[in-house]
Design a protein around this ligand. Structure first.
Ligand code: ADP
Length: 196
């Protein structure tokens, strides 16, 4: 098994890269997907979040009210840490389960937006970092429906390009076209995955 940790700032192109890797046969374990799964209705994770933050973070239908929760934790780093303390261990446990279920010779890609922030670089055989410049990321995020203000705030709350580059085994540059990105992924696959 080859374990690849894929990261990059919001809007850098992680999801685009993970899709290209899946096309080549990688098994994807997506932290964003798991973060939703572990607090789905009826889970112990959701019960733990409600215990920590109260019924006010539930919709009338009993689902997690993400905007309400975001409003609580965005303004207050201590509350944010509390939420992370509930959700992150659940996500890691579920990710470990999925990795254990993958075939022994699989190439497993874990898409982990906060890989650097949570100090997980050492958990992978290879760390792949996707980078794009700030104006390009802002433009793509706004195109995706985010306000520029939200996009800037999210970016400011994450690690810097330098911090991510410092732990990268492979850097992919995504200021250009999708085709240029795909060519870099293909070269990476040929050299570091297929040719390993
Ligand atoms: P992340 O997962 O890192 O937040 P995405 O892969 O979702 O980033 O990319 C952010 C947005 O930019 C998406 O809407 C995506 O389709 C678009 N995008 C990614 N790479 C390119 C590119 N090279 N050219 C144009 N648009 C791109």
């Amino acid at each position: 098994m080859l374990r690849i940790g894929l990261t990059g700032g919001i809007g850098s192109g992680k999801s685009t890269v993970s899709a290209l890797l899946v096309e080549r046969g990688a098994v994807l374990v997506d932290a964003d997907v798991l973060a939703r799964e572990v607090v789905a209705p009826g889970t112990p994770g959701l019960a733990a979040v409600v215990e920590a933050f109260g019924e006010g973070v539930l919709t009338p239908g009993g689902e997690l009210d993400r905007p309400a929760l975001a409003a609580v934790v965005f303004a207050d780093p201590a509350q944010r840490a509390r939420l992370d303390g509930v959700v992150h261990p659940l996500v890691r446990a579920r990710a470990a389960e999925l990795v254990a279920q993958a075939p022994q010779d699989a190439v497993v890609v874990q898409d982990v937006p906060l890989l650097v922030e949570t100090g997980q670089a050492g958990s992978y055989d290879l760390v792949v970092v996707v980078q794009a410049s700030l104006p390009v990321r802002l433009e793509r995020l706004v195109q995706r429906g985010m306000t520029e203000e939200d996009a800037r705030a999210r970016i400011a709350g994450q690690a810097t390009d330098e911090q991510r580059a410092a732990v990268a085994d492979v850097l992919l540059h995504n200021d250009g076209t999708r085709e240029e990105l795909a060519a870099q992924v293909e070269a990476f696959w040929a050299e570091r995955v297929a040719g390993r």
